[in-house]
Design a protein around this ligand. Structure first.
Ligand code: ATP
Length: 381
């Protein structure tokens, strides 16, 4: 079936190494999201899978067959791009049917039948007589999908297929695509630079940076157990807070914060001097400071001031600055419950539980230790 193996795959364009020694196994029926910042090599990887680029080194297998030099038509794949590339002079029916025309073994009436079947699955059956220019962006996107799935390929390759849609439609199409992929049970490689799409859609996520594979794992694994500071910063919105500093007798000493280590952290950082502490914004516990009495702070509590409040309705995102310093020095960002109004300038007490702290090697960026997580809890409503 449609499993995919990338075995030490490299692609160079002259001096540029677009993809460097990437090894990755994608299971049959899996939805794998390839994510990373602009220029990290996502599209080049996908284009090698599609047969639009030839690898410089390494091997590529689809369904166990060596693919390096096989032409796209013989790979049993279907691609959907950001730019839907529909033919404007053809009707929607003809556009979808076009996906089948190069396939052998279909009679005309079988092709029409198949088009109608796919159109129904995608909810575009009432649009088949229109031209692409008469469709909305979301409808055009569905037609492009229809053209891809009509052939019933072994593998779907999608390159930012939702990038041209507005935020609401993108969210809707995300769900639709997931459902469609699960129904069709087709191995899918989905490229995006958008970490929300990666987190919400992927069975697993592969994070690329500078052509190199940083980590592959399930969404929550990447979120809670990032392999390095790059993955920790890339996955999660608002992003993880990073505090740069050094090891000291009492624990960590940074530019803005001193943070005593507990036994777990103490053991983990043994022998490393240059440190980066990471803490997710939702792990920063913010309480209104009691101004009537002198603060009685615990070792992991700090006096801070709110510098900016971003109101999202369901939550607030607060930028926090050290109480003693000028307001332009934000130290942390925190997510708080949207039902509580917090105004800029308010003094707050911030607590950071040592269990929630990630530590990275300041020199290499590698993870020294990740936060502790309880065993996932069952959903109880
Ligand atoms: P984006 O999200 O911006 O599309 P990407 O992660 O898909 O980026 P690629 O398009 O794969 O990145 O490009 C990876 C690197 O390879 C970039 O540095 C890019 O400039 C380079 N590159 C890609 N295609 C070519 C080409 N045909 N010739 C030369 N360099 C190329």
């Amino acid at each position: 079936m449609g499993s995919i193996q990338l075995d030490h795959l490299t692609k160079r364009f002259g001096e540029t190494v677009a993809v460097e020694d990437v090894t990755l196994d994608i299971a049959d029926s899996e939805f794998l999201v390839l994510v990373g910042p602009s220029g990290c090599g996502k599209s080049t990887t996908l284009r090698m899978l599609a047969g639009l680029e030839t690898p410089t080194a390494g091997d590529l297998y689809i369904a166990g067959e060596h693919m390096n030099y096989r032409v796209p038509q013989n790979r049993d794949i279907a691609m959907v791009f950001q730019d839907y590339a529909l033919y404007p002079h053809m009707t929607i029916h003809e556009n979808v049917r076009f996906g089948l025309e190069e396939e052998a073994g279909y009679t005309d009436s079988e092709m029409d039948e198949r088009v109608e079947e796919v159109a129904e699955t995608l909810g575009i059956d009432d649009l088949l007589d229109r031209k692409p220019g008469e469709l909305s962006g979301g409808q055009q996107q569905r037609v492009a999908l229809g053209r891809a799935i009509v052939r019933d390929p072994e593998v779907f390759l999608m390159d930012e297929p939702l990038a041209n849609l507005d935020a609401k439609l993108r969210a809707k199409m995300r769900t639709e695509l997931q459902r469609l992929q699960a129904d069709l049970d087709v191995t899918t490689v989905y490229v995006t630079h958008n970490q929300t799409e990666a987190m919400t859609m992927g069975d697993r996520i592969a994070v690329l940076n500078d052509g190199q594979l940083q980590q592959v794992g399930e969404p929550l694994e990447l979120y809670h157990e990032p392999a390095n500071q790059f993955v920790a910063g890339f996955i999660g919105e608002p992003m993880m807070n990073f505090l740069h500093g050094n090891r000291a007798d009492a624990g960590f000493v940074g530019e803005h914060i001193e943070y005593p280590f507990d036994e777990r952290l103490e053991r983990a950082v043994d022998g490393v001097d240059d440190l980066v502490l990471g803490v997710r914004p939702e792990a920063v516990d913010v309480r209104r400071a009691d101004e009537s009495s002198a603060p009685n702070l615990g070792p992991h509590e700090f006096e801070m001031t709110v510098s900016v409040t971003e109101t999202h309705g369901d939550q607030n995102i607060l930028s926090l600055t050290h109480a003693a310093e000028s307001v332009d020095h934000d130290v942390l960002r925190a997510v708080t419950d949207g039902m509580h109004i917090v105004k800029p300038g308010e003094p707050v007490t911030v607590a950071i539980d040592p269990e929630t702290i990630h530590v990275f090697d300041g020199k290499t960026g590698k993870t020294i230790c990740n936060r502790r997580i309880e065993t996932a809890r069952e959903l109880t409503i």
